[in-house]
Design a protein around this ligand. Structure first.
Ligand SMILES: [Zn+2]
Ligand SMILES: [Zn+2]
Length: 259
């Protein structure tokens, strides 16, 4: 088993129009899509962004019967505390191989909306990481903590400033993630597209120092061209910390693979 991309979207997500077939054309060893579940989504006119599970599962089954690349099922859970009953209700009876855990919004705005540029970084950081901690403590099962820097993607903070404001929140966040055996995702949108490698250079050793061991790589692709975006760079980065295994999940079960 080799590693494969564990964070990508198709047209089953509100913000992608990509097809399974275009990802399959990239010849992945295994394909897993992780579709958005975001209730009352500010980026979707406060509509409920959720995949139609029956359609999704039927398409995965059909493609698995038609061709040889195994296709797994995944979901990216966007957590808001008030939505937890809706999230639980949606997940009940749905089978996923991997469940990503994300915080995208706070009930009023998405953390990548322009409005965050008008907030004090201290206020934004407190809100985002308090929510991330609650997400980790609440959502079970979840397998991977995605894009830990999502809440500050729009800011241009140097590492010292980020550390100053965020570390009091990040330590409990990482401890909770370790306690819940969530893998730490290196997110290519953050790492490459939003130029936040420096934040990962600070956060990965912090996570390791607290006992963190599990890592995942996610392109967060919304189109097939971005499949495994940034993988060479992110693998090289992890090897620099002596990490040579990545966490994969099939039917929710952890399987470590060397890379
Ligand atoms: Zn996300
Ligand atoms: Zn995503």
């Amino acid at each position: 088993m080799t590693y494969y991309d564990q964070h990508l979207h198709t047209y089953h997500s509100f913000d992608s129009s990509e097809t399974f077939e275009n990802y399959l054309a990239r010849s992945p060893k295994v394909l897993v899509t992780t579709e958005h579940l975001d209730f009352k989504n500010p980026w979707d006119n406060f509509e409920d962004s959720m995949p139609n599970y029956a359609d999704y599962a039927a398409e995965v089954d059909r493609l698995n019967a038609q061709q040889d690349i195994p296709i797994l099922k995944g979901i990216e859970i966007g957590f808001v505390p008030e939505h937890w009953p809706l999230i639980q209700n949606y997940l009940a009876g749905h089978d996923y191989d991997v469940q990503l855990l994300s915080v995208h919004q706070n009930g009023e705005y998405d953390f990548m909306d322009d409005i965050v540029l008008t907030l004090e970084p201290e206020t934004l950081i407190k809100d985002y990481y308090t929510r991330l901690l609650e997400a980790i403590k609440t959502v079970d099962p979840a397998n991977i903590m995605t894009h830990f820097d999502y809440g500050v993607r729009r800011l241009t903070l140097d590492v010292e400033t980020f550390k100053h404001y965020a570390e009091p929140y990040l330590i409990p966040v990482f401890k909770a993630a370790i306690n819940k055996e969530l893998a730490f995702e290196l997110n290519a949108k953050s790492f490459v597209s939003y130029h936040n490698q420096a934040l990962y250079e600070y956060a990965v050793p912090l996570y390791l120092s607290l006992g963190g061991k599990l890592f995942s790589l996610g392109s967060d692709a919304h189109r097939a061209e971005d499949y495994e975006l940034g993988y060479d760079q992110m693998k090289h980065f992890l090897k620099g910390f002596g990490i040579n295994e990545l966490a994969t999940y099939q039917q929710g079960k952890l399987r470590l693979v060397r890379f």
